[in-house]
Design a protein around this ligand. Structure first.
Ligand code: F0G
Length: 482
């Protein structure tokens, strides 16, 4: 919680920034929300943002910029090659991560494309704490095989484990022993494991992973997209790191990894991405893909204005009072929902608040996408847009069968520095109402199902008229409320 203690004893996060530019929001009526959700094929990705009151779909590319970031954008050096803007960003990355080589990309998945092309070969294995959707897609495209070896606690919805994103070291050793180290393309660690609720790993665990990599001459590649929350959690929760600064923790993480890539739509309050390494050979293996797929080496598909914003945003990420805002707001939301009996992922992670749809809608079978149904229901009940992170987000197996996700989560992302606490309270209130009325919510079925990343464009319909009934109940309970 906030470092500021309240006389009242209340535990609330306190914003360490003020708002100096605002954007008007609209909250459509429940009747309109029902219409918009159905027009969008019950897929929150397909809603128009003008019809969304609180956009909690993602924290990607929607974090608020600071005054310093915006002013830096004005001095961006627009040139195809040799832009000063690139050198400023490269210097900042070298200062923070200690890596000599930086390859810019237009966003995180572009970095994944380059990493996968450079290092994944058909039938090689990539052990990782947990996959992310686009990571898996790129590895599969290059015919690699994923082995997820997060600790067992990682996929338990409720837990007291402070580092649910840790890798199971014994499982890593077993995989290497079973297949032989030649079959392992690299080991991937994801900070703030996204799909299990933004759960962090500990520095100690990363050290253990690196040791196994060293013993077997394997590369350790870090997905650092959700680094800022993980830094905060290491400082808060890892005993040996309490006296370290955020900068020192960052450096300790970076020193353990051969390659670091990230989405700058998450890390650094901007938009873009990149790959860093201190190893020239690894850099050379990836470099040509940047010019082929991204752009020249000094912009890589990013706008120079965003690159300037990123340079400042990375520096801001080293400031504890800035990066603590997200996890503190998330913890507030999680704890308030627990008080109201709503099932959520614990302990609170980064990225957002994750509601356990499997328990919330325990009457909806997994084959009818409870997390997707909950996302649709919440939009109808509130105008809040979340994201399904469950079976819909999984890819079908090559034989067409559908793997059921380990967890069915409704993710309510917390874009940094964007919402006020009263807006967060509104989302909590509407979720609590929905929980009271959960038996009204039914399932969904696909009516259009794309082959790759089906959750982006897939269209679904309700398995009954439950949505009309839900909207009607809302109107009865709130006769004159939006
Ligand atoms: N890796 C992780 C861990 C991510 O969370 C993301 C994006 C990416 C890679 C890909 O980056 O979007 O810049 O291409 N996550 C977003 C999300 C999309 O909403 O969680 P990108």
């Amino acid at each position: 919680m906030s470092k500021v203690k309240f006389f009242s004893g209340e535990q609330i996060p306190l914003e360490m920034h003020k708002v100096r530019i605002v954007q008007k929001l609209e909250l459509p009526s429940v009747e309109k929300r029902l219409e918009y959700m159905q027009e969008a094929g019950n897929n929150t990705f397909l809603l128009r943002n003008k019809n969304v009151f609180m956009d909690m779909l993602t924290d990607s590319g929607v974090n608020a910029m600071s005054d310093r970031q915006q002013s830096a954008m004005l001095v961006a050096d627009d040139s195809y090659a040799g832009s000063e803007t690139f050198y400023r960003l490269e210097d900042k990355i070298r200062e923070i991560f200690g890596t000599r080589f930086f390859l810019p990309t237009h966003q995180g998945r572009a970095a994944e494309n380059v990493v996968a092309r450079a290092f994944v070969r058909p039938n090689t294995i990539i052990p990782m704490n947990y996959h992310f959707t686009t990571t898996k897609a790129h590895i599969c495209l290059n015919e690699g095989l994923i082995e997820e070896i997060i600790i067992d606690e990682g996929i338990k919805v409720t837990s007291n484990h402070p580092f649910k994103g840790n890798m199971d070291i014994d499982k890593l050793k077993d995989i290497i022993k079973k297949h032989g180290k030649e079959k392992v393309a690299f080991v991937r660690m994801e900070v703030g494991a996204n799909l299990v609720g933004g759960q962090p790993f500990s520095l100690e665990n990363l050290r253990d992973v690196r040791k196994v990599c060293d013993d077997n001459d394997l590369l350790l590649i870090l997905d650092a997209s959700l680094l800022s929350d993980n830094l905060y959690f290491i400082k808060e929760r890892e005993e040996q790191c309490k006296s370290m600064s955020i900068r020192e923790i960052t450096r300790a993480i970076a020193d353990l990894c051969h390659v670091i890539y990230f989405s700058a739509r998450k890390l650094g309050f901007a938009r873009g991405g990149g790959i860093c390494t201190d190893n020239k050979d690894l850099y050379m293996k990836m470099r040509d893909y940047i010019t082929l797929y991204e752009g020249f080496l000094t912009y890589g598909g990013m706008s120079v204005r965003e690159m300037e914003a990123l340079t400042v945003g990375l520096e801001e990420t080293m400031d504890e009072s800035i990066i603590s805002q997200g996890p503190q707001f998330i913890a507030f939301m999680v704890e308030e929902l627990i008080k109201k009996g709503v099932p959520v992922v614990t302990p609170p992670g980064g990225l957002g608040c994750h509601v356990d749809a499997m328990q919330f809608l325990d009457h909806v079978p997994q084959s009818e996408y409870p997390a997707g149904a909950l996302a649709a229901a919440l939009y109808i009940a509130s105008g809040v847009r979340g994201m399904e992170r469950g079976t819909m987000s999984e890819q079908r197996n090559p034989d067409g069968t559908e793997p059921l996700a380990n967890m069915e989560l409704l993710r309510l992302a917390m874009p940094r520095r964007v919402f006020t606490l009263s807006q967060v309270k509104y989302a909590i209130d509407r979720l609590a109402w929905l929980y009271e009325n959960r038996r009204l919510v039914g399932g969904l079925k696909f009516v259009e199902e794309p082959e790759t990343l089906r959750f982006f464009f897939g269209r679904l319909e309700a398995t009954s008229d439950w949505q009309e009934k839900l909207a009607k109940k809302f109107r009865e309970d709130f006769p004159d409320s939006l």
